[in-house]
Design a protein around this ligand. Structure first.
Ligand code: ZN
Length: 254
């Protein structure tokens, strides 16, 4: 499939938004950063070039000042809390989970509090009190603990479920985790984005694009750049910062 054919479902959907005089909202979440790396430079370069706000979900236990220093000039970047140490506490037969009920609830709560504190100390105003659970999983019993700990929002993957905290999910993942472990077929990703936009057209949430810069193959980088090229200057598209999305939700709840 050539490039234009692969992107056709999305360009057609965007034409519908444009005809309706509406703006399709996107946001970008990138997971697992801990330190400056070449792939991180590439991500920051792309988001800066296209003026796309990015939320980095940073693993608190393994990060430090070097990342904060690297991000100092990157005004398009906010930093969220990616669990504590991205360790799996579930037994082998279960899906991987750091924030489950495999440990005492107080222990998980302490980890989360420590994570928020550490990221706040390192990143100050760049920090947004958004929890991104490792592997996008958190036990529902733990949700009522989040706001008392200081989090204002949660982001997992897939359709948002009712929760005791504002939820802003990612919906479209670039990577093929169970197959090639590289980028998914570009046409399939474009179709997924178009499908999410079709839902949003009827009153759904912003479309959350999920990336993992540390494991991107060349195809993933090409996809991201093509996506930014198509959308960043498009009259019917708006890339939102996570802060804007959280604020919009708070307004709607009032
Ligand atoms: Zn992760």
């Amino acid at each position: 499939m050539n490039r234009d054919a692969a992107w056709l479902p999305l360009t057609m959907e965007l034409a519908r938004w444009e005809d309706a005089g509406r703006t399709a909202e996107f946001w970008l979440r990138d997971d697992d950063a801990v330190e400056p790396t070449e792939p991180l430079d590439r991500l920051l370069g792309l988001t800066e070039k296209f003026g796309v706000p990015a939320t980095l979900a940073v693993i608190p236990a393994f990060t430090g000042k070097a990342l904060a220093i690297r991000l100092a000039g990157a005004s398009q970047v906010t930093v969220a809390v990616h669990g504590w140490s991205h360790e799996n506490h579930a037994p082998d037969e279960e899906k991987k989970q750091e924030l489950g009920r495999h440990r005492e609830r107080g222990m998980v709560r302490d980890d989360l509090g420590r994570g928020l504190f550490h990221i706040t100390n390192l990143h100050g105003p760049r920090m947004v009190p958004l929890l991104v659970p490792p592997w996008n999983r958190i036990h529902p019993d733990l949700l009522p603990d989040l706001m008392p700990l200081g989090f204002t929002a949660l982001s997992v993957f897939g359709p948002a479920k009712p929760a005791a905290i504002r939820t802003i999910n990612s919906n479209v993942d670039l990577m093929d985790w169970h197959g090639t472990r590289g980028c998914r077929d570009h046409g399939l990703i474009a179709r997924d984005i178009a499908a999410q936009l079709a839902q949003a057209f009827e009153g759904g949430d912003a479309v959350g694009i999920l990336t993992h810069h540390l494991v991107h193959d060349e195809a993933a980088w090409v996809f991201l750049e093509d996506l930014f090229e198509l959308t960043a200057g498009h009259r019917a598209c708006g890339w939102r910062s996570i802060r804007e999305l959280i604020a919009t939700g708070e307004e709607a709840a009032r």
